[in-house]
Design a protein around this ligand. Structure first.
Ligand code: SF4
Ligand code: SF4
Length: 312
């Protein structure tokens, strides 16, 4: 692989692993036109529901985030946790949300990575980090970087870790060698439809197309409106998020669990919220700080919990 000064892919990977990521790929800082087109069609169909920030054009054009951006370095965090059962007394929390808030975890790592890249190249202002909080079509960049491919559940299926992964990245004005392989753009799901069949609310309306208006993750995390009754009636017991289309995917079977301390349930709010735990959260909302559940706030979690209870 080519080098850029002292910056080779192997030293970037070594640094990424040292900072806690599980894999890394590099590609040009250009979102493929077919992904931009598919994204626009998804927006036009209103599949993003009330997530208006997703209409922001920055998602498609890295230049708007970092002028002169030439390369994208895409990081993968593997977070898979033990598959937990539903129970009568509590609501289940999606796997990614049981430990610390990944935005903070990634932000810390990105800061250190950018400082390192500036030191190695002896150049300033050459890189800008992004995680979920900066809108970018990061899955498209990850596919382009050869890290995996799109599944019919619309998630990135990482070639080694499956779909229980989180993406973050860095745009840089450096021209770095790409890790892409063309074959990964090809669909790999074959005739499988397990995720589509397993989704309790039929939110995967067709292969590779997810309608947020029907998705439990959207309704239990993002939406500010009451959960529609027909959606709630199909909720098997999630209080925050939903893992069903990931649990159904064979690419996640027989994978080890993540060992990242920040993503472990005992680093955050754990796997379930019961009536007592909701009460504790209501009397001390600071307990949620630094966890993904803080996005829903005590009031929203209590609402979600009551919705599950009503159904039972
Ligand atoms: S997260 Fe749950 S509700 Fe949303 S598409 Fe997947 S299975 Fe369906
Ligand atoms: S469950 Fe099957 S169809 Fe869905 S993403 Fe996984 S492999 Fe593809």
């Amino acid at each position: 692989m080519e080098e850029h000064g002292n910056l080779t892919y192997s030293c970037i990977k070594e640094k990424a692993l040292e900072l806690g990521w599980d894999d890394v790929g590099i590609t040009d800082a250009i979102i493929p036109e077919e992904d931009i087109q598919a994204y626009r069609e998804w927006l036009v169909a209103n599949c993003h529901a009330d997530l208006k920030y997703m209409e922001n054009s920055i998602r498609c054009y890295p230049e708007e985030i970092l002028p002169g951006a030439k390369s994208a370095i895409i990081f993968v965090s593997f977070y898979k946790q033990k598959k937990e059962e539903f129970n009568e007394e509590s609501g289940l929390i999606a796997s990614y949300a049981r430990g610390r808030d990944y935005h903070n975890v990634h932000r810390r790592r990105l800061k250190k990575f950018i400082r390192w890249i500036e030191e190695v190249t002896e150049q300033k202002d050459i890189a800008k980090g992004f995680s979920d909080s900066t809108p970018v079509l990061e899955k498209a960049l990850a596919v382009q970087a050869g890290l995996g491919w799109f599944g019919k559940n619309t998630l990135l299926i990482h070639r080694r870790y499956g779909t229980f992964i989180l993406l973050s990245g860095v745009f840089t004005t450096l021209k770095l060698p790409s890790t892409a392989t063309k074959q990964l753009r090809l669909p790999k799901c074959g005739s499988c439809t397990r995720c589509i069949d397993a989704c309790p609310t039929q939110a995967i309306v067709s292969p590779y197309l997810l309608d947020s208006n029907k998705c439990l993750s959207y309704h239990t995390i993002e939406s500010k409106k009451p959960i529609p009754q027909d959606i709630q009636a199909k909720n098997p017991g999630y209080i925050f998020g939903c893992d069903i289309c990931q649990d159904a995917c064979p690419h996640n079977w027989r994978k080890p669990l993540s060992e990242t301390v920040d993503f472990q349930p005992d680093s955050g709010m754990g796997s379930h919220l019961c009536h007592e735990k909701i009460g504790v959260i209501e009397s001390d909302p600071t307990i949620l700080f630094g966890t993904p559940l803080n996005r829903r706030k005590p009031k929203g979690l209590k609402y979600n919990f009551d919705c599950i209870r009503e159904k039972k």
